[in-house]
Ligand binder design. Sequence first.
Ligand SMILES: *Cc1c(COP(=O)(O)O)cnc(C)c1O
Length: 404
Amino acid sequence: MTLRGKNSGTQKEQTIAVHAGEFVDPVTRASSPNLVMSATFAPTDVTGFSARDEKDYGGFVYGRVSSPTVRQLEQKLAALEEAEGALCFGSGVAASHAVIAGRLSKGDHLLAQDTNYVGVAELTRDTLPRFGIGTSFVDVTDLAAVAAAIRPNTRMLWLETPANPTMQICDIRALAELAHAKGVRDVVVDSTYATPIATKPLNLGADFVVHSLTKYIGGHGDAMGGCVLGRKVDLAALNLEATVHFGGILSPFNAWLIMRGAATLPIRMKAHQESAMIIARYLEQHPAVSRVFYPGLASHPQHEIAKAQMKNFSGMMTFQTHENGLVVARRMVERLELVHYAVSLGHIRSLIYWIGTDDIEKSTFHHEGEAAKRYRGYAGDGLFRLSVGIEEGEDLCADLANCL
Ligand SMILES: *Cc1c(COP(=O)(O)O)cnc(C)c1O
């Protein structure tokens, strides 16, 4: 399979998004990507039981090792991220687990930021210590604190920017430089909120990028998936261990849906940003709203880093209301007509959810001392996480205004 876009070096993002990983089928002349649903592949010659170097059809042997439609998506994702390679999984959390469990061993230490995606926060805090992997958490906007938190056995620094749900933004380049200088082998960035359209962490010094494909890259809220991007040599090792041995692979059907979504990622991100900017400005001056965190607003605490690091401010924001958030949330469930009151994010349709601070502290973060104060500084008693879809900003403002 030829990988177009990436190799030419001249094509622009919208072209790459459409063409990378895609080709005209040589047998049927189909112009759209094939959906290849096959668990096994018949080689054209007798080879080893592991026929990964079988040349005829890109080395496909068994669907848990690799499969054609998933491979096509991986090529498109690698081209968009300017990565050497990509590896897909059944969900964003499966991709996160793959890179953590595939890279770390008993006795290693993982340093993560003190607020990040709940699934990864709980995995790192609750599960990894059972396997002898130490974890600790730090405010990644404070470089001195990160430097002090790195231990001799710290093998991985886990970053997420913008972070879910605080919208906190960290300086990938500075943190990668600091971590590598102190001997940390792997800097991983969960770039789900930013997407490769906004930020390419590998070009800023990160070793791995993780995405939940369920979010912006798939974009339509119909298929779950995840991916890890990085160097070819690292991904080959992960392919053997994380896909073949852990087994959390992506279904070809989901890969096909996500590939179709990824083709419009650049134009969708423009639309997300445009509507989000309108809503952020509207909410910021609304008397019922006490605070808005959106990377595109000058009021965002890390707006300067956002401007330098993000080519697109994405469609994610949080806001707080003067009125009790739970009461407002109940009104939203009843009254919203366009925005769905639902978890998840990055879809074409807007989604909103109330995240109460006491709840998330109890279930997930368990912050203490300064970290607890810091989270409350961002979230107060709770915050609304709004994922702005690609609807018109003015229509969404009117929908939200009915509840505020
Ligand atoms: C949703 C999400 C994940 C997890 O992805 P799933 O596809 O739901 O498993 C990881 N990181 C971030 C930032 C997310 O928003």
